[in-house]
Design a protein around this ligand. Structure first.
Ligand code: CUA
Length: 305
């Protein structure tokens, strides 16, 4: 998986304004640095004027007070302008999203549509989306560099934040606040889709999971209800645990373990066999199952589209 932030192009209005501010401050800083170095070099090679106290005071007042005040004022003004430009308004029909940080994964809920998923935030492209964010345990931070903005998830308060992706695409997100052993493997994807495609996705996620077909999958479902249902939910079944991610449509997701590995049959099987192998410290225990039971369980989970 590529490093988030590498080769980033602004893909939303927030990122665009922040990108612009970042460059403005960089150029301003570079100009000041150049000026200081130039004066330093001139000062080093210049003969002191005979008996002149006046020019020194001009430099101190001019450079130390006037110039500093002007520059800091300029930085302040640019920052205020960027702050104003980055507070987006939502429209009435844009879907609300609720995001809960867990060690070490993201719970994503669409409360108006009864949809719960994990580690993959789907949004319609070109629409401002209001998110309410909180944490279930320690402080996490939601950050998608290409779309812009960064907001903390706190255990005792809800933060509200509006994001927007201009074009359809898949954007990498990370947790940007150290939150324990697997902080670095607390990733997620933002999948921005054309509005109709997003609506279809919501519809599919809201539907109960497809019931298992085939003997292996049916056996896998029974094993799941005994071994996994205390922590995980699956729509349309008795499994309603809320410790771990909702798995109603787990097979439709792109990654496992919050961006730790790609979601494939082989990885899925290896993940449930020993999640700690990929993510040491993960709260999901290693199940005590035979290879055959694990195989059945994996077949069942692969069918959850
Ligand atoms: Cu969650 Cu770092």
């Amino acid at each position: 998986m590529s490093v988030p932030g590498a080769g980033v192009v602004a893909a939303g209005p927030l990122a665009e304004h922040m990108n612009r501010l970042g460059w403005q401050l960089t150029w301003l800083g570079t100009a000041v640095f150049g000026l200081v170095v130039m004066l330093l070099v001139i000062g080093m090679f210049r003969r002191p004027p005979a008996g002149g106290g006046r020019p020194l005071r001009t430099w101190i007042v001019g450079g130390g007070v006037v110039l500093s005040t002007v520059l800091i004022g300029l930085v302040f003004a640019l920052t205020l302008m960027a702050m104003r430009a980055t507070s987006l308004d939502t429209t009435n029909d844009s879907p609300r999203v609720q995001i809960t940080g867990h060690q070490w994964w993201w719970e994503i809920e669409y409360p108006d549509h009864n949809v719960v998923t994990a580690n993959e935030l789907h949004i319609p492209a070109g629409v401002p989306i209001e998110m309410n964010l909180r944490s279930n345990d320690v402080i996490h931070s939601f950050w998608v560099p290409e779309i812009g903005g960064k907001i903390d998830l706190l255990p005792d308060d809800v933060n509200t934040y509006v994001i927007q992706a201009d074009e359809p695409g898949v954007y990498q997100g990370v947790c940007a606040e150290f939150c324990g052993l697997q902080h670095a493997r607390m990733r997620f994807l933002v999948v921005a889709q054309p509005v109709a495609e997003f609506e279809a996705w919501l519809e599919q996620q809201r539907a109960p999971s497809s019931s298992p077909t085939g003997e292996q999958a049916q056996k896998g479902e029974r094993i799941f209800m005994v071994e996994c249902a205390r922590c995980h939910s699956i729509l349309g079944t008795d499994a309603s645990g809320d410790e771990g991610p909702d798995l109603s449509h787990v097979a439709s997701r792109r990654t496992l373990g919050a961006g730790t590995i790609e979601n494939s049959s082989e990885h899925l099987r290896q993940w449930i066999e020993d999640p700690g192998r990929f993510k040491p410290g993960v709260l999901m225990p290693r199940p005590d199952l035979t290879a055959r039971d694990l195989g059945d369980l994996a077949v069942y989970l692969e069918g959850l589209r």
